[in-house]
Design a protein around this ligand. Structure first.
Ligand code: DOR
Length: 451
């Protein structure tokens, strides 16, 4: 299949595909990328003879798709994943850019740690990238100064403990974080006091099926309510990550704070539900906040479909199979997913509860608006020439062998596909096709329009 996708170095004409925009699917349409940037989109474009041509007849052509929540574990936890393997899994799944979370070892809590990640990513990542700074009691007042550094995705707050040591569990520190700087702050919203209370009262014998009780709805609701109070007081924009309860969605709607409060959902909460996921997958389905029962799944799906939830982030959170094989509650929380997000969303289109333009809104348009990407977004002249070509005729059960994360497992193994990304271009360069990486890693820092 590589023959169908010539290696490219910044110029490419993608001919005659079904081009997906944020609002429609344009049949028989061309996309021309010159010098790494989108030059034109339209029917039958002309290009100089030396521009490589890709025949996309019968294929879907998406703009670059950005995963705004991944954990790639480097530095310090490379036995789970590293920046090269995480980025490889990303482009293999049609993800052209990623924003990586700060709960590494050491955590990304200062400019030196951020620069270290950028240096590690250079020459090793096949996708474009940015890194979050983690908020802490110690750095709360400096975040406003640091958040504008090149390659910084913004600030991330853990209101409840999860993997790693980052935690801002009191309102006073959280308010200091929200008053320092102006970019949208990404929030893991679970109430630490409630989590501690539940852990202390934990019965002697628990299984992973109890995970949603040990990080319960009350923990999510208490935290989100505290957060919304502080958002109203400070006027700071926040993005609540991996929303897991119908209750929080209702509260956010009722408070009606508009673009001040935006929401993210993960594929895990959209495509799994309790108790089946724990029966089938055990601790492989364990994550924070937990996957809950169908009432929540239905509400999250509805909110994604109607735009109440604006962004999908995979929360790709790899652990090793050995770590996951331990006994609950000592097993780590987190599920790999950067490579399965786009394929899962394609199944939602097949099943009729999302459309192809939803995918562009969730992983491109709204991600751009919410985080302020300068050069990423739906196709538009002058933007980065990131292109994801999907073959909708690939409908076999997903084999594990296609997945490139170091983890080697996925709760979505064997799902009936409704399409698969067959070629991924970053700034006009083919980086992945026919289940293989192409060329050298050329990923670069994502640029942001700040202010
Ligand atoms: O399940 C999770 N795993 N939730 C998080 O918030 C962190 C993540 C991880 O880094 O393992």
């Amino acid at each position: 299949m590589n023959n169908a996708f010539p290696a490219t170095t910044g110029d490419v004409l993608v001919r005659g595909g079904q081009v997906v925009t944020a609002s429609e699917v344009l049949d028989g349409t061309d996309v021309l990328v010159r010098d790494g940037k989108v030059e034109a989109v339209g029917p039958v474009l002309d290009a100089p003879a030396d521009v490589p041509v890709v025949n996309a007849a019968g294929l879907l052509v998406f703009p670059g798709l950005i995963d705004t929540q991944v954990h790639f574990r480097e530095p310090g936890l490379e036995h789970k994943e590293d920046l090269a393997s995480g980025a490889l899994a990303a482009v293999a799944g049609g993800i052209t850019g990623f924003c990586e979370m700060p709960n590494t070892k050491p955590p990304t809590t200062n400019p030196a740690a951020l620069e270290d990640k950028l240096a590690r990513a250079a020459g090793r990542c096949r996708a474009d990238h940015a890194f979050f700074l983690g908020a802490s009691r110690e750095n709360a007042d400096q975040l406003g100064e640091w958040e504008t550094m090149p390659g910084c995705a913004g600030v991330k707050v853990f209101m409840g403990s999860s993997t790693g040591t980052l935690l801002v569990d009191d309102d006073e520190t959280l308010e200091r974080v929200l008053r320092s700087g102006s970019r949208r702050v990404a929030i893991h919203s679970e109430d630490e006091d409630r989590l501690v209370e539940l852990a202390q009262g934990r019965p002697e014998h628990v299984t992973v099926a109890d995970h949603p009780k040990l990080r319960d709805i009350e923990a999510a609701v208490r935290s989100t309510t505290r957060l919304l109070d502080l958002v109203e007081r400070t006027g700071r924009r926040v993005h609540i990550l991996h929303i897991s309860t119908a209750d929080e969605i209702a509260i956010v709607k009722e408070r009606n704070l508009g673009e001040l409060v935006t929401l993210e959902a993960t594929p895990n909460h959209l495509f799994m539900c309790a108790p089946e996921c724990y029966e089938r997958w055990g601790t492989l389905a364990q994550m924070n906040p937990p996957v809950r029962d169908r009432r929540h799944q239905d509400a999250i799906r509805e909110a994604v479909a109607d735009g109440t939830i604006s962004v999908i982030g995979s929360d790709h959170a790899p652990h090793t199979a050995e770590e996951k094989a331990g006994s609950y509650p000592n097993t780590p929380s987190g599920i790999p997913g950067v490579q399965t997000t786009v394929p899962l969303l394609l199944t939602a289109v097949r099943d009729g509860w999302l459309t192809y333009p939803h995918i562009v809104r969730l992983l491109s348009k709204r991600a751009r608006e919410i985080y302020g990407f300068a050069t990423k977004g739906p196709f538009e002249k002058g933007r980065d020439g990131d292109v994801v070509i999907v073959d909708p005729s690939i409908t076999e059960p997903l084999p594990l062998s296609w997945l490139r994360s170091q983890t080697g497992f996925s709760p979505f193994e064997g799902m009936e596909l409704a399409g698969w990304p067959v070629a991924t271009f970053v700034r006009g360069r083919l980086v992945y096709a026919a289940h293989k990486e192409v060329g050298n890693p050329i990923g670069a820092p994502i640029e942001y329009a700040l202010g």
